[in-house]
Write a protein that binds this ligand. Structure first.
Ligand code: ADP
Length: 653
């Protein structure tokens, strides 16, 4: 031991260290409880070190190989002590490790902090390996007692964070490091019970929260009060309880996710899920993977059996828990997975994450982006397999989260291709079954060029649409879109494997091409023949419809309302107007069935007097009917009802 080491010396912190300390003490970093996690994590690292070295030199252990970390609050001295039997430090190591910041780039970081100002402090703290200094956030004085293996004397280091520290030799029986924090008043008072770091209950919770999976036991003392037993072994109720000291290990020490998949039972996976995510039910799916390569991580993801009851109403609040080498970093990290997968719960443990990283910095982290991409890929692959191998399970998934997947299609351009094969729809093919787009196209006759769909609130209302009749007659399968997001998703997809989507209520149906090319000519000829009549109806309904056409999609209904291929559809218009977005209007095209009796009546009325009230009333009534069939109330329901009543009266005369 050198002369220098034996005498108490006061030293000045290296300039950067002092700056860092000031930052810690005055920082706006509010999450001060993390100091415990930092110190425990250092202790665990120090134990890792000696365990590793003792593999080749067992003398180092000095018969003290039961590794442990001890947390000891003491209300009489206002101190919180964290001790370990890890590697410990020599005099020079203490000066090097604690008095200076040896890491390169630190100076640059500090410069950045100064230019970025106080607001950035909290974010930038995360960039340092400043674990130990976080003790100064809660302590007015920090004392370190440490002894490296093989040394006869230990080292005592002490500072109150004011720019200097003292260092001297001291006696220390056991190997390892003891850190004594003399807590600031606000962190040991009953005034802020949740920030009282002398409180056993709080400490226990913090250990569970942040350090549960530390590989060494984290122990604390507990006072056990017990009433004595009588000769028969029964409790003597009126006796004064005796107090005994009991040492308990607080952390579970076993990070399930680091174990080999084959060594984990399904129940263990489920228990961890319930513990971490406070669910009562088992999850629908567990996906556990270990990845080594450019990024290194272990992920354990769960799909809960049920979406939270308010899942579709609120901004997403769930997310993934992050760990770095078993040490908890943060909850609900939402930047990892795209929004449409926000129902996924779970954790990612990666040595590449920095312990103190803030949410803001995480968003920019390349590692996180890479991991996120991988997770998305493996989740989608898992879902694809579930769809092909376990359809009932997938349908359960779909019922809970299908809507989220569909929003992924229209809100995330890049996901479209990845998600299209996961979609399920009701269809006219079979009432009880859902179909994939792949199955639909497999069933399509070769002559069918497009994928037909119809939107409505349920099966009954879609099947009653006048446009459906002919398709049904021709045995053409139609996808049914019941969900309000469906049509937006289909619109965003635009096509599936070269086949465009075609609403049965939009644009030209081209049904003729499928079975009877002659009918096409028929409608064109009809339109020509009745040009003046069509023009007259269109003129009368100016402002209400954009066009009037002879229909090729109707069978028994007289009229229907469709919209053109571009722009939004009538059902989308209704959804948007419910969302108070009334500026979006679908084009309304009135189609008339030339084979319907009423068409002949219209023709006669028009020929007799194109200006007659009767002709105009018929036009109004037909338009009103078409609206009603789409579930839209006519603009003036009273006038519609009156016209209908007088028509009924006339016809009975
Ligand atoms: P980091 O842990 O990120 O390296 P810290 O500021 O937390 O940064 O610690 C600085 C150094 O001090 C550590 O790298 C380690 O060498 C030493 N150290 C801290 N705590 C202990 C401990 N309990 N036992 C042994 N060495 C320690």
């Amino acid at each position: 031991m050198s002369q220098e080491a034996s005498n108490k010396q006061t030293k000045v912190f290296q300039a950067e260290t002092k700056q860092l300390l000031d930052l810690m003490i005055h920082s706006i970093y509010t999450n001060r409880e993390i100091f415990l996690r930092e110190l425990i994590s250092n202790a665990s690292d120090a134990i890792d070190k000696i365990r590793f070295e003792s593999l080749t030199n067992s003398d180092l252990l000095e018969n003290n190989g039961d590794f442990e970390i001890f947390i000891l609050p003491d209300e009489t001295t206002n101190t919180l002590t964290i001790s370990d039997n890890g590697m410990g430090m020599t005099y020079t190591e203490v000066i090097e490790n604690i008095g200076t910041i040896a890491k390169s780039g630190t100076k640059a970081f500090l410069d950045k902090i100064q230019t970025a100002g106080a607001v950035a402090d909290a974010e930038l703290i995360g960039q340092f390996g400043v674990g130990f200094y976080s003790a100064f956030m809660v302590a007015e004085k920090v004392t370190i007692l440490t002894r490296a293996p093989g040394q006869t004397m230990g080292i005592r280091w002490e500072s109150n964070g004011d720019g200097t520290y003292t260092i001297e030799e001291c006696s220390k029986d056991s190997r390892g490091t003891t850190i004594i924090l003399t807590l600031k008043e606000e962190y040991r008072s009953a005034e802020h019970p949740e920030e009282n770091f002398l409180n056993n209950y709080n400490l226990q919770n913090l250990i569970k929260k942040y350090s549960d999976y530390i590989r060494y036991p984290i122990k604390m003392n507990f006072i056990k009060k017990e009433k004595p037993l009588d000769a028969d072994g029964k409790v003597i109720e009126d006796a004064t309880p005796t107090e005994t000291l009991e040492v308990r290990t607080i952390n579970s020490m076993a990070p399930l996710w680091t174990k080999n998949k084959n060594d984990i039972t399904q129940d263990e996976y489920y228990q961890l899920y319930k513990n971490l995510f406070h669910d009562w039910e088992n999850p629908l799916e567990v996906i556990h993977s270990k990845v080594e390569g450019t990024v290194e991580y272990i992920s354990l993801l769960y799909i809960p059996s049920h979406a939270p009851f308010d899942f579709y109403q609120r901004e997403s609040t769930t997310g993934i828990r992050l760990y770095s080498k078993n040490v908890f970093i943060m909850d609900n990290c939402q930047d990892l997975l795209p929004d449409y997968l926000r129902f996924v719960r779970g954790l990612v443990d990666s040595p590449d994450f920095s312990l103190n990283i803030s949410r803001e910095l995480l968003q920019q982290s390349q590692q996180l982006k890479l991991i996120g991409k991988n997770l998305e890929k493996s989740l989608l692959k898992n879902l694809e397999t579930m769809l092909s191998k376990d359809r009932p399970k997938y349908e359960k998934f779909w019922q809970e989260y299908g809507k989220a997947v569909k929003t992924g299609i229209y809100s995330d351009y890049q996901s479209r291709d990845k998600l299209k094969n996961l979609l399920l729809f009701s269809s006219s093919h079979a009432a009880e079954e859902l179909t994939t787009l792949q199955d639909y196209t497999n069933r399509m006759p070769e002559s069918q060029k497009v994928i037909y769909y119809a939107a409505g609130k349920d099966r009954l209302s879609v099947e009653r649409l006048p446009q459906m009749e002919l398709l049904r007659d021709k045995n053409i399968e139609v996808l049914y879109l019941f969900d309000r997001v469906d049509e937006f998703a289909i619109d965003a997809l635009h096509e599936y494997e070269g086949k465009k989507f075609q609403s049965i209520s939009r644009g030209n149906l081209d049904l003729e091409d499928i079975d009877s090319p002659e009918t096409k000519k028929d409608t064109e000829a009809m339109a020509k023949e009745n040009e003046t009549l069509i023009k007259a109806i269109k003129e009368y309904l100016t402002g209400k419809v954009t066009d009037v056409k002879i229909s090729n999609r109707l069978k028994s209904s007289a009229v229907c309302l469709v919209s053109d291929d571009s722009g939004i559809s009538l059902s989308m218009e209704q959804i948007l107007s419910e969302m108070n977005k009334t500026m979006y209007k679908a084009s309304r095209i009135l189609e008339i069935n030339p084979d319907h009796e009423i068409f002949g009546v219209l023709k006669t009325l028009h020929q007799t007097d194109p200006e007659s009230e009767s002709f105009k009333d018929y036009c109004d009534l037909l338009y009103g009917q078409a609206l009603l069939m789409e579930g839209i109330t006519p603009d003036d329901p009273i006038s519609f009802a009156n016209k209908l009543a007088s028509l009924m009266a006339r016809s009975s005369r």
